[in-house]
Design a protein around this ligand. Structure first.
Ligand code: PLP
Length: 418
């Protein structure tokens, strides 16, 4: 990884140097150089993260928190240091506010189950939005079904922005929690979560932010947002799969009942009564994904070295470039044209199924995502079956976008020739 300074003293990175950190980017797919535009689904891993995992299993593997031997203590230190890295990265006040989970879905299920058990009753309301990923709908829907509570939905506009007027109208004394995505994985919309949280807090309603798609693109400061809960997945931010984070304000974590219980969550156990540990260990039952946590810390160090401002500026440039290129293509319609967007473009081509384009793009070495992207309510809003989605990372280039745009044109021609 190299950083170079330009005349205005803004640190810019050299994308071709950065790409060397990601071994997978030099492979071929279908005899074509890989163009990886499926970063919204999962990101590729830099050598630094891969090396950390190899080192862990080569030299350090041991279970944590329980061993007196040296390797166990070293593994515990690395795991707990990873927690501090995450704490600093998202600006949490205390390290005990950082819970390691399996990912965003697991984090949301934890809150829905634990919060729901204690705070949601018959007739209460939970608010989500029309642009949520299924992972931020289903746990709440299930909770509402179990408790005879009501799931309320903030509608979106046709450009893919939240209807803030409707949001305000939905809030009432029945509202127990608002669960909202920071960035839409399908539309790319960056939601005004700070403003939404302030509005919710003026009525003493807590807010959970699904940060799965904001953590790779934006500088997130949970204290500045004043989020009560913030969730994300390691694999979407250049770290391994199977590890994620639930941030919860200390005051909330203290009040939440247990989620899963088992080894690691206790102070003492007896058949009469068991005593539980404090957060975060109370919420981390069983042996966690130790190498995942270590890999996550390395990934966060990696993006911090690049600079989150640099990443955001470069990805914005890619988004703008791709939007211009795709807008110029006949019969192509971009779905999601919010003013504030992260580097995600969804589109449809008139008369052609997204899957057909996806298959032909794959034949040309371009990996994109097609379908509903686990956001079927968005598809219902636009009355479409699915979209083609390209999601860019800081290791992508404008040259790749040129090839992608040409590959779309070729694919459309081929389908129309049949
Ligand atoms: N929320 C959003 C906005 C997402 O984009 C995703 C994954 O695509 C998820 C939640 C679920 O993440 P995971 O599958 O890593 O738990």
């Amino acid at each position: 990884m190299t950083l170079t300074k330009n005349i205005e003293e803004v640190v810019l990175f050299d994308v071709h140097e950065i790409r060397k950190d990601f071994p997978i980017l030099s492979r071929e797919v279908n005899d074509k150089p890989l163009i990886y535009f499926d970063n919204g689904a999962t990101t590729q891993k830099p050598r630094q993260v891969i090396d950390a995992i190899v080192k862990y299993y080569t030299m350090q593997n041991a279970n944590i928190h329980r061993g007196v031997h040296r390797m166990s203590q070293d593994a515990t230190d690395e795991y707990e240091n990873a927690r501090i890295t995450v704490q600093k990265h998202i600006g949490a006040k205390h390290e005990n506010e950082i819970i390691f989970t399996r990912g965003t879905t697991d984090s949301i299920n934890l809150v829905a189950t634990a919060f729901g058990k204690k705070y949601v009753n018959v007739g209460d309301e939970i608010i989500v939005s029309e642009m949520e990923h299924h992972s931020n709908i289903l746990p709440w829907q299930q909770l509402c079904e179990e408790k005879n509570a009501v799931l309320k939905v903030i509608p979106i506009t046709d450009s893919g922005e939240l209807r803030m007027d409707e949001y305000k109208k939905l809030l009432s004394e029945k509202t127990k929690l608002i669960a909202i995505t920071h960035v839409s994985n399908t539309l790319g919309t960056v939601n005004p979560v700070k403003e939404m949280i302030a509005i919710a807090h003026s009525k003493s309603i807590p807010v959970l932010v699904d940060g799965a798609q904001s953590i790779p693109h934006l500088k997130v400061d949970v204290q500045d947002l004043d989020a009560d809960f913030y969730c994300f997945s390691g694999h979407k931010v250049y770290a391994p799969t199977g590890v994620g984070i639930l941030y919860g304000k200390e005051e909330w974590l203290k009040k939440l009942p247990n989620y899963q219980v088992g080894g690691g969550t206790i102070k003492t156990v007896s058949f009469n009564k068991s005593e539980y540990a404090e957060s975060p260990l109370r919420f981390e039952a069983g042996t966690p994904n130790i190498e995942g946590a270590i890999g996550l810390a390395v990934a966060l160090d990696y993006i911090n070295a690049l600079g989150l401002k640099n990443i955001a500026a470069y990805e914005d440039e890619l988004l703008e470039y791709a939007t211009e290129k795709l807008s110029a293509l006949d019969n192509l319609q971009i779905i999601g044209t919010a003013k504030e967007k992260a580097s995600v473009i969804s589109f449809v081509v008139e008369g052609i199924h997204p899957l057909d384009i996806g298959i032909l793009l794959d034949a040309q070495g371009v990996a994109i995502r097609t379908g509903h992207h686990c956001t079927q309510p968005i598809m219902a809003h636009y009355q479409i079956q699915g979209t083609i989605r390209a999601s860019f990372s800081f290791y992508n280039t404008k040259e790749e976008i040129d090839i992608f745009a040409n590959a779309i044109v070729k694919s459309i021609k081929r389908i129309n020739q049949k």
